[in-house]
Design a protein around this ligand. Structure first.
Ligand code: KG4
Ligand code: ZN
Length: 360
C-alpha cells in the first residue's frame, strides 16, 4: 500500500510517499528557515502563508520523485497535531482535498508519535522494532519521554518543565551570536572545543523525576559568555552585562559549545537511565529505545545513546539523518499502522495544537 504523507506543523512544508509503512520512495522537505532567520525564531503567520504557497508544488514533487501517480495512492496521511494551529490547518486542508478527490482514506497522525516511529523506518533489511519501547523525542518544541506498547499506543512519562532541549541549543547559539536554528552550528563548533572548560549545570530535578529542565543551563551559558549582570532583572530593570559574545575568541566559543553540549546531553541520558531502570509496561524489560526529533541529529547525543543501549541491552533506533528533522515520511509511515488498526479519519478531522499522547 502506498501512502502519501503531508507535514506542515511548524516551518517545514513536507510531503513523502511511503510503501507499507517502511519503504521511503520520496521525502521532500521545503524548509522556511530563510524566511524566519531575521526574527530569530518561527513567526506563525509567515509560516502559514509559506505553507499555502508551497504545499501543492511539494506534494507534486513527492509524487514525481516516487514515480507514482495520485491514482496509485491507497491513503493520504497528515500530521494534524501538535503544532502551530495555522500551519497545521494548511496541511490538513490539503490532505482532505486530496483524499476526498481520490476517494481514499484520510489518516490523521500525531507528529510526536511520528517522530518516535522515524527510527523504525530505517535501513533496508533491518527488522521492525520490538515493543515495549522507551521513546525519547528531542526537538525545538519537545523534550519528552514516552512508553510505547506499539507504534500507535504511546503514553507520556515526562517532559520539560521549561525549555525544550532544541530550544536551549538555539538560545545558546543566539547568546553566542550564531545564526538560527543554532543546534547544528553548536554541534559543529563543539567538536573543536574542550567539554570540561565550563562546569555547566546538569539538571536532575527530584530523585524520581522523569521531567527535564534546561532554563538553568541556558542562564549559565548566558553568564559565562556575557558575565553576571551588573544591574538587572532582580530590580525590575533591564539586565546590563559586562561584555557580549564578540569578546570571545574562537577557542572560547568552541569551549562554550562543547561544555554546553556535554551538560545538555548528560541531562537527557540521566533521565533515560532512570526510566530504563523501571520495569517496562507489563512488568518486563524495555526492548527498544526509540528516538526522534531534530536534536536526534546531534553527534554527541547519538554516540551516547548508542553507548547507553549497549550498557542496558536495549536496541537503540536512531532515525537516519533525513528523518530527524520534521518530515512527511514518518507521517506516511505511521499512518500505515493506524490504517491497519482501523483508525482512518473522516473529513471532519481537525487540527490541534496539543499532542494525543496522554499520561499513562
Ligand atoms: O524536529 P525539528 O525539526 O522541529 C521541531 O519539531 O521542533 O527540530 C528542530 C530543532 C532545532 O531546535 C534545531 O536547533 C535542533 O532541532 N537541531 C539540533 C541539531 N540539528 C537540529 N540540535 C543539536 N544538534 C544538532 N545537530
Ligand atoms: Zn518535529
Amino acid at each position: 500500500m502506498l501512502i502519501l504523507g503531508v507535514e506542515s506543523s511548524c516551518d517545514e512544508t513536507a510531503s513523502a510517499v511511503v510503501r507499507d509503512g517502511r519503504e521511503v520512495l520520496s521525502n521532500v522537505i521545503a524548509s522556511q528557515h530563510d524566511l524566519h532567520a531575521e526574527y530569530g525564531g518561527v513567526v506563525p503567520e509567515i509560516a502559514s502563508r509559506a505553507h499555502v504557497e508551497r504545499i501543492v508544488p511539494v506534494v507534486r514533487r513527492a509524487l514525481r520523485e516516487a514515480g507514482v501517480t495520485p491514482g496509485d495512492l491507497g491513503a493520504v496521511a497528515v500530521g494534524h497535531r501538535p503544532g502551530l494551529i495555522g500551519a497545521l490547518l494548511v496541511g490538513v486542508s490539503a490532505a482532505k482535498a486530496l483524499a476526498w478527490s481520490l476517494g481514499v482514506p484520510l489518516v490523521g497522525v500525531d507528529h510526536v508519535e511520528a517522530h518516535l516511529y522515524s527510527g523504525v523506518m530505517a535501513a533496508e533489511g533491518q527488522a521492525g522494532a520490538a515493543y515495549p519501547a522507551l521513546g525519547l523525542v528531542v526537538s525545538g518544541g519537545h523534550t519528552s519521554l514516552y512508553e510505547c506498547r506499539s507504534p500507535i499506543d504511546v503514553r507520556r512519562l515526562g517532559g520539560t518543565i521549561d525549555d525544550a532541549v532544541g530550544e536551549a541549543y538555539d538560545k545558546a547559539a543566539a547568546i553566542l551570536g550564531l545564526g538560527h536554528p543554532g543546534g547544528p552550528t553548536v554541534d559543529r563548533l563543539a567538536a573543536s572545543g574542550d567539554d570540561r572548560a565550563f562546569d555547566f549545570p546538569i539538571s536532575r530535578l527530584g530523585p524520581d523525576s522523569l521531567d527535564f529542565s534546561f532554563s538553568g543551563l541556558k542562564t549559565a551559558v548566558l553568564y559565562a559568555v556575557r558575565g553576571v549582570p551588573v544591574s538587572g532583572e532582580r530590580h525590575g530593570g533591564k539586565a546590563e552585562f559586562a561584555r557580549d559574545a564578540s569578546a570571545l575568541t574562537d577557542k572560547q566559543r568552541a569551549d562554550v559549545c562543547a561544555s554546553f553540549q556535554r551538560a545538555a546531553v548528560a541531562a537527557v541520558v540521566l533521565k533515560l537511565e532512570r526510566a530504563l531502570a523501571r520495569p517496562a509496561p507489563g512488568g518486563g524489560r524495555w526492548k527498544t529505545l526509540l528516538v526522534g526529533g531534530g536534536v536526534s541529529a546531534n553527534s554527541r547525543l547519538r554516540k551516547e545513546l548508542l553507548a547507553l543501549g549497549g550498557r542496558r541491552g536495549v536496541d537503540v533506533r536512531l532515525p537516519p539523518m533525513g528523518l530527524c528533522l520534521d518530515n512527511a515520511a514518518m507521517i506516511a509511515g505511521l499512518a500505515f499502522h493506524r490504517l491497519a488498526a482501523g483508525l482512518a479519519d473522516g473529513l471532519s478531522l481537525t487540527a490541534s495544537p496539543f499532542s494525543a499522547a496522554a499520561a499513562p
